[in-house]
Design a protein around this ligand. Sequence first.
Ligand SMILES: NC(=O)c1ccc[n+]([C@@H]2O[C@H](COP(=O)([O-])OP(=O)(O)OC[C@H]3O[C@@H](n4cnc5c(N)ncnc54)[C@H](OP(=O)(O)O)[C@@H]3O)[C@@H](O)[C@H]2O)c1
Length: 277
Amino acid sequence: MKIMEDLTIGILGAGKIGSAIVRAIRLKYPSIHVIATARKDETLRNVKDLEVETTKDNNYAVNKSDVIILSVKPQHFPTVLRQVGIESWRDKVVISIMAGVKLSTLSTLLNNAEVYRAMPNINAIVYKSTTTIAENNGKSRELVENIFKTLGNVYWLPEEYLDIWTALVGSGPAFISEIIDALSLGAVACGMQREIAYNAVLDMISGTIIMLKEGKIDHPMLLRDQVTTPVGTTIRGLMVMEAKSVKSALIETIEASYKRAVEIGNEIDKSIRNNSK
Ligand SMILES: NC(=O)c1ccc[n+]([C@@H]2O[C@H](COP(=O)([O-])OP(=O)(O)OC[C@H]3O[C@@H](n4cnc5c(N)ncnc54)[C@H](OP(=O)(O)O)[C@@H]3O)[C@@H](O)[C@H]2O)c1
């Protein structure tokens, strides 16, 4: 395998997360040649100014690239497979970031490539992704890690955690955004302007994260107890959270999202098996 700076990386599906990956790679490794693909001209136009080669031809992109990142939606993966000749994948490093799609599926389909499975999140846009890569003894481990380090933090985990990661960390920014909005609206309900409330919530959450990470607080409930004075304001709020089952709703949110990731993986397996009959 070539050194990082000399690589050609193909991003199949330069949408929201794919274009964030393109941008991060261009920033950290300007000499890497990047080929981005999509179906629409408009999508390709959005990445063109990042000095990347753009094409709608996935087979061309795979043939020209050393490393290929699969960032289409899982349901579009069978189409990509039909568009790319099986021989084109030979000896390539292929990294899938598609939710749910298992390494075993990828290895069966692309058995002449070195396959990896990773799960970044949308915070990659500001280089703050929390990415996991499924453990893998492939020879390009370091290279794959370096690619995802351009997006933020990287953790290697056994593949059995990937669907849980998808729910917690992949979908997580959406769940947290809902909570931020709800808290802001709470302040609006009490008479504060939305913008003031929203900025206050963001600042308060940033500070709370620093407290938990740097304040030597081993469990969030210890911080909760520090804030909760007898007959005070916090306990009144906590009683409502308890009555409305906020905590169990959040636990079930992650569980439901995880189950959907597993379901997507099974659907893709099934669809690919049916297509190959
Ligand atoms: N969004 C996230 O936060 C996130 C986080 C981690 C992982 N992921 C995974 O990343 C993948 C993409 O998610 P996304 O949110 O970035 O979706 P998205 O914005 O819809 O991007 C997907 C892109 O794939 C392109 N595409 C579809 N079929 C194609 C084909 N046959 N050839 C080439 N390009 C094709 C689409 O092109 P057109 O625009 O031209 O139709 C679209 O731009 C999904 O598998 C998802 O599970 C997403």
